[in-house]
Design a protein around this ligand. Sequence first.
Ligand code: ACO
Length: 373
Amino acid sequence: MADKANKGLADVVAASTALSDIDGRNGRLFYRGYDIHDLAGRTTMEEIAHLLQRGALPNRDQLAAYQADLVSGRELGPLVETNITEIALSHGPMEALRTFVSLASANDPDKSDNSAEANLRKAARLTAQQAILVARYHAARTGTDIPAPDPGQGIAANFLLQVTGRRPDPRAAEILDTCLVLHADHTMNASTFAARVCAATLSDMHSAVVAALGTLKGPLHGGANEQVMRTLESLDKDGVARAVREKLAAGEKIMGFGHRVYKTEDPRATHLRKMSRELAESSGNDIYYRMSQEMEEVVLAEKNLYPNVDFYAATVYHYLGIPTDLFTPVFSISRMAGWTAHVIEQHADNRLIRPDSEYIGAKDQRWVAIDER
Ligand code: ACO
């Protein structure tokens, strides 16, 4: 029988990486050796994307050069432009994004080039395009015009500008930027693993990202942040503890809790909880924050499970005015930095990823002709 301990490849080391590292017992996360607690609130999404894709935190000149690459890489191409409305009106957000990235690849001059230089260029373009694709998706489905990006602002502020149609409060943009920093990479999570499996066949970066987007969509992975908000919206504010206990007693999973690797608090949740609280207080309506706190207390007491990155991200995005079904797409804006960096790393030292399986089906079957079955 399959070893229960290793089911779902738990504790199996599937790749070597210099990109991120988790100390699950002590609740610590590092990007290229930098503690996430030192990066959160002090660095921008652009700096972290540079760190992951190009190997080091940028100095001012390097950051300016990277930002110029992002600006020149925003073009989505005619296939996306022609089909965006039809796709937006017929697809959910993550399905549409998967399709847009695939269509956008046709416009990428380095599409089929897996060289290190081409991969760096594609990583910047994919990073530049993802926030725009999410905002354009939302505008297309609502039939609204999208403001032009502000050249003086980064990915987070421009995303808020384009998705809400209003120039964001600087602190709101800073908070979203910190969220993007916190979500950028996370070792061998399911979507990154999917990207690496695809890249290891020597397929191209866009194909790997499409695999990752399809994987991030699921509620056991990136899709959990949307489900957290749906749960909060479905609960009676005065009956949170009882409802959560009932769900647990019925064997239901509470979205936004538990983690394969962390055995204590997810360090990203520490920052997200603080930002959720800050936004709740400044919004003048902290009900979802207070309900989240109550959920956290009950799940910890009943199951000894801690909130993961998705739990407080949900209320942060809610208070920032982001539509609930765009929460997982926001995750993808950030994780694009990590996925593309992992493809670069995989192609730089490749071997096909092809694990084994344990056969548990019938044996020694005797074939009989179709008319005799
Ligand atoms: N609520 C209630 N019980 C839970 C939860 C939860 N959120 N998470 C785990 N458990 C319980 C399981 O029911 C199981 O109990 P059992 O041994 O009595 O059957 C035990 O804890 C182990 O759970 P597994 O699902 O086997 O743990 P695994 O490591 O495979 O899964 C996962 C980790 C998928 C994150 C899980 O905790 C979960 O489903 N959480 C909810 C979904 C979620 O928030 N996903 C986002 C994760 S972070 C990210 O991907 C960005």
